[in-house]
Design a protein around this ligand. Structure first.
Ligand code: H2U
Ligand code: ZN
Length: 349
């Protein structure tokens, strides 16, 4: 019997950050593929769209008007999933029925007044303004007595359910710590108590030593395909320094964050020469007033595309009923992403 190889043999990998397992089946990449591989040409958008509810000066669905903003613009979501004026309440009936009221606040953040841009097409200095607004929002929302957790995210592309191509993200903040960051928090806490270092500092140090899952790095951040990645081209930006949240970043680190966010988005667009869809978001310490030395700031990118601009991975069948599964290994994905030009494909001559 040959020895076990990641690139040849089916195996399970452990997600040390979220305490979950995934199944990797590299031998399946050899199976025939008879589906279509289509190229899509992304439609060129105007700089200003009079019908866009996010463009400067336009009116939104609920009747409010956007100001003539010139860089980043944040507003309270007109259709917020979480609102502040909810009465305290619990519903408990035996062991099997539990509910509790939840307060919160949701915001929308326009990354640029330009309707036609996306993060990879923006200047680093303009993305830096987005980072600054994230920092301010994290701080302001976090100060509210009923907000203990702030989730910053971006949905990009219609297949991710994004409702409008105008570059924007969202911020949902709430009283409870939602499941995924809560699980990560607990794993990081266990690790920190045992080792006195953050889980992601040690993880990053090992990844940098091994090198085969690293996609790109600058002086302050690294982007890599995590060992336990589920989505074919899933990545994570991790800060080199173990900072708990955005507010601990120095001025230089904020700019470096903007640079690496743009860079991974360029690499993604270059992969299938399309405006690459994903959901991405920041995980950082809760805003519950406690110190969280165990928390290490990072940003996840979950892109659904598998083979081309139109062929996506489906999380169905075994994934829905058992656990996530992938064919191409994290190392193979990283190698592909690493090899892509760092200039946006539309600018290649
Ligand atoms: P996406 O990031 O998924 O595209 O969502 C955009 C958000 O914008 C969505 O949560 C809000 C929706 O409620 N929205 C407004 O707040 N005002 C509008 O006029 C339309 C959309
Ligand atoms: Zn617009």
């Amino acid at each position: 019997m040959q020895s076990f190889e990641f690139s040849e043999h089916s195996h399970r990998r452990y997600n040390a950050l979220s305490d979950e397992w995934i199944l990797v089946s590299p031998h399946r990449t050899k199976r025939p593929w008879q589906g279509k591989v289509e190229k899509v040409s992304d439609i060129k958008r105007p700089e200003y769209d009079p019908n866009c509810y996010l463009c400067p000066g336009n009116s939104r669905a609920a009747g409010l008007n956007n100001p003539q903003y010139s860089d980043v613009f944040v507003f309270q979501n007109d259709f917020s999933a979480l609102v502040s004026d909810v009465p305290e309440g619990n519903f408990v009936q035996g062991e099997l029925f539990q509910a509790t009221s939840e307060r919160g606040m949701c915001k929308v953040i326009c990354f640029s007044p330009r309707h036609d841009l996306t993060i990879p097409e923006m200047e680093v200095s303009d993305i830096r303004k987005v980072i600054d607004v994230w920092c301010n929002q994290y701080q302001e929302l976090g100060k509210l007595d009923y907000i203990n957790y702030v989730q910053i995210f971006e949905n990009k592309g219609d297949i991710m359910g994004c409702s409008n191509p105008h570059p924007h993200g969202q911020i949902w903040s709430q009283k409870s710590i939602p499941d995924l960051p809560d699980k990560e928090g607990k794993k990081q806490m266990d690790y920190y108590c045992k080792n006195g270092r953050t889980l992601l500092s040690d993880y990053l140090e090992s990844e940098l030593r091994m090198g085969d899952r690293i996609v790109y790095s600058n002086d302050y951040f690294v982007v890599l395909v995590p060992f336990w990645a589920i989505w074919p081209y899933e990545t994570m930006i991790i800060s080199k320094r173990p900072v708990q949240n955005l507010l601990n970043l120095s001025d230089t680190e904020r700019t470096a964050f903007a640079e690496i966010y743009r860079q991974i988005a360029i690499i993604y667009d270059n992969l299938f020469e399309t405006s690459f869809p994903y959901s991405a978001g920041i995980h950082q310490s809760p805003t519950d007033g406690k110190d969280h030395p165990e928390w290490h700031l990072h940003m996840h990118f979950y892109p659904p595309l598998l083979r081309s601009a139109t062929v996506k991975k489906f999380m169905v069948g075994y994934e829905m009923l058992a656990n996530p599964q992938r064919d191409i290994t994290a190392e193979q994905s990283a190698e592909k992403l690493r090899g892509l030009k760092k200039i946006h494909f539309s600018k290649h001559s």
